[in-house]
Design a binder for this molecule. Structure first.
Ligand code: ATP
Ligand code: MG
Length: 396
């Protein structure tokens, strides 16, 4: 009897034609996550199995809890038989050290050649246990212990406890997106949610030195590291936005500063996306949160590009966003007090209903195409990876 980790895919199994892509990507992502653990992975269309060769199960389970595409995971005992008598004996053996007063047996039978129904198998196992263990009874409604039995091709699996995975799709199955990543609370959460839908993220940060500090940049790098746990690794593009921002500040009426600045950010994001072969831009905008996120503002800002902008937090309250930020451990980093480029150039009265025609007129006052070209030309790209580079080739 071998102890192993069994993974259930959940939502993935609804992907009929693409199931192989989804499962192969999940396997690849698990290999990335467990690159320094000694494990063997095998799988079929229904389940994935991880044999732990010499390692700590808890450590591996904790790592798997950060992998999207896993619906549930269990520590299971594999028997190389479908023989019911043998299964009963093994269960009895496994229950020796368990203290419980009531239980139920739940059987799943993916192998439909087995003549007995799942219900009949459960009740036969249950009857056997009642005979052999003193002072226990069956409770189908609120059992203290659920004994799960799964009968597959030629193996059976026994397990007692189900651990929830993160769900979602394996990262990479839906292509790539550029995440506008600031040091705030919202954008890391938006990134996490996009990764959950299978989008592999590259971060994009606008810095304005010397108006923004190295601490502000390090904070964004730290947030990118947090996201990299779910994204296999992450690339962070850093754009020097100082010249563009100063030029806007000097030449454009201040109530339009933020609107024009964000139009410039959008233009740059779209160019970086097209160069990186990303299909979408993702950001942390939330309807009504600030002047630049009224519907009229969002329209005036979005107008300058045609690539889709996905806003996972569009309809979330700040408190809901904070809850997720705490769950993914980005909150403590996000609230560190370093200014980012938007906060420094915030006018007293930003326009809440910007006029698109006026935006175009104001933009004529600055050589923005040239400035954008310059900012993108030699921009910095930081690669953040949790895995040693010599292992990369083995995994890919
Ligand atoms: P907060 O949590 O304080 O709202 P924020 O980063 O969401 O922080 P907003 O002004 O609401 O700040 O910005 C909206 C979105 O625009 C951000 O979620 C982020 O996606 C993007 N953004 C803002 N500033 C930057 C920046 N300096 N670099 C990259 N993206 C940015
Ligand atoms: Mg915000």
């Amino acid at each position: 009897m071998e102890k192993l980790i069994m993974i259930k895919y959940g939502e993935l199994t609804t992907k009929k034609e693409n199931i192989n892509l989804f499962i192969n990507t999940l396997k690849q992502n698990i290999k990335f996550k467990l690159w320094d653990n000694n494990v063997l992975i095998k799988f079929d269309k229904g389940r994935m199995f991880i044999k732990v060769l010499d390692d700590d199960f808890d450590n591996i389970v904790n790592k798997l809890k950060e992998v999207f595409g896993i619906h549930e995971l269990v520590i299971a005992y594999e028997l190389k038989t479908l023989d019911l008598e043998e299964i009963k004996e093994k269960i009895l053996n496994l229950l020796k050290d368990k203290d419980f007063k009531n239980f139920k047996v739940e059987t799943k039978r993916s192998n439909k050649n087995i003549p007995k129904s799942s219900i009949l198998i459960s009740s036969e196992i249950g009857g056997f246990l009642l005979k052999n263990i003193a002072n226990i009874k069956v409770d189908v409604k609120t059992p203290e212990l659920i004994i799960h039995v799964e009968l597959r091709n030629s193996e059976s699996y026994i397990y007692f406890e189900v651990i929830n995975g993160l769900g979602g799709y394996p990262v990479g199955t839906l292509g790539k997106g550029i995440l506008m990543l600031s040091g705030g609370i919202d954008s890391p959460v938006a990134g996490y949610m996009a990764i959950k839908r299978g989008v592999k993220i590259e971060g994009l940060y606008f810095e304005s030195p010397p108006h923004t500090s190295i601490e502000a940049k390090n904070k964004v790098i730290e947030l990118a590291k947090i996201l990299s746990k779910y994204n296999n690794d992450i690339k962070l593009h850093v754009i020097n936005f100082t010249e563009i921002q100063e030029s806007i500040y000097k030449n454009i009426p201040h109530e339009y500063l933020i609107t024009i600045m964000r139009r410039m950010m959008y233009r740059i994001s779209a160019i970086i996306a097209s160069r990186s072969n990303a299909k979408i831009i993702v950001n942390g905008e939330s309807i009504g949160q600030v002047a630049s996120q009224t519907l009229t503002s969002m329209k005036a800002i979005n107008e300058v590009i045609s690539i889709p902008v996905i806003r996972p937090l569009a309809c979330f309250d700040k408190l809901e966003i904070i809850d997720i930020a705490k769950k993914i451990n980005s909150y403590e980093t996000s609230i560190l007090p370093y200014e980012d480029c938007c906060t420094i150039f915030v006018p007293d009265h930003p326009v809440i209903n910007p006029d698109s025609k006026l935006c175009l007129e104001y933009e004529e006052l600055i050589p923005y195409k040239e400035l954008i070209y310059k900012a993108i030309k030699d921009h910095e790209v930081i690669k953040i990876s949790n895995i040693s580079s010599s292992k990369y080739d083995d995994i890919l």
